[in-house]
Design a protein around this ligand. Structure first.
Ligand code: SF4
Length: 291
């Protein structure tokens, strides 16, 4: 849940989730529909799917325990090098470094070399005797991440109170590397076409080609093209929406119709038992003004 998401946003979801599923076993018996409903609004829904798939594998193949080798942990759905290393050390107290943005910045400053110029695997391998000379690998990996977040911060690192400042090349150099990265945000234009009817329903389909909302219930959505012929579609609104690391400029069109393409299903705009992504819920709110 915490991947790309702030703690304060996650807390109510985490509480709701752990109240409903008290054990790994009970969660593993759930299904995608129920899991997504609990996750509704938290975004990055692939995490929910991966978590469910992982719980089933752990229960069925690993006796409800997290495996203890890097290879086995990394084979679980949605687990990459970072998560595998974090789990290996946090759960099993084995040597491993979870290389997140904070940790990379700390290493890069200590040797005063740009991140893009560092081969981090090689760097860890060369320094493994220093890093893993402890019986507290779990505390070490956590401390490293916290150190990056609280002391060796992206802006204004607290070098004056830092225990590493004597050996830190960044602190002791007159030519300090730049460590603040500019975020690249992509902006794209989309046309959204909503079929609606007099019963206050909207037609949604799961057959859309939007990678970041693939397999979710959406109206028809296409990348906007200039001079598009919208014939009997009426423009309701133009608005902006941020999703993951993208900025979307939306042109929202609607049409009252009782006929819809075969892959579409009518959904009530007011009541929904089923999981609806935040992107679509915003469309519901916009369309509601027509009733
Ligand atoms: S001395 Fe400053 S730059 Fe170096 S590790 Fe400490 S906080 Fe980071």
């Amino acid at each position: 849940m915490l991947q790309q998401t702030q703690v304060k946003t996650v807390i109510p979801y985490f509480k709701k989730f752990t109240k409903k599923y008290k054990t790994l076993k009970s969660f593993s018996k759930s299904n995608e529909k129920k899991t997504l409903k609990l996750w509704e609004g938290l975004g990055y829904y692939r995490r929910a799917r991966n978590l469910l798939a992982t719980s089933k594998i752990l229960v069925l193949e690993h006796n409800s325990k997290l495996p203890s080798t890097f290879k086995e942990i990394k084979a679980l759905p949605g687990v990459g090098d970072y998560t595998a290393n974090a789990l290996l050390s946090l759960v099993h107290n084995k040597p491993g470094i979870a290389l997140d943005g904070n940790v990379k910045r700390v290493f890069s400053r200590i040797i005063n070399k740009k991140e893009s110029k560092i081969n981090f695997d090689q760097f860890i391998e060369e320094n493994k005797k220093k890093f893993f000379n402890t019986k507290r690998n779990s505390d070490f990996v956590e401390a490293l991440m916290e150190f990056g977040a609280l002391i060796c911060k992206p802006k204004d690192p607290k070098c004056g109170i830092c225990n590493l400042n004597k050996n830190c090349k960044y602190f002791n150099s007159s030519k300090k590397i730049k460590t603040i990265k500019k975020k690249m945000i992509k902006s794209k234009n989309y046309d959204v076409f909503c079929y609606i009817n007099k019963k206050k329903q909207i037609a949604l389909t799961k057959e859309n080609k939007l990678g970041f909302l693939n397999q979710f219930s959406l109206p028809e959505i296409r990348e906007a093209k200039k001079n598009i012929k919208t014939k009997d579609w009426k423009l309701l609104k133009k608005y902006k929406k941020s999703i993951s690391n993208k900025k979307l400029n939306i042109n929202l069109y609607y049409k009252f119709s009782n006929k819809i393409p075969s892959s579409f299903i009518w959904h009530s705009i007011d009541k929904n038992e089923e999981f609806i992504p935040t992107f679509t819920k915003k469309i519901f709110r916009q369309v509601s003004v027509l009733f």
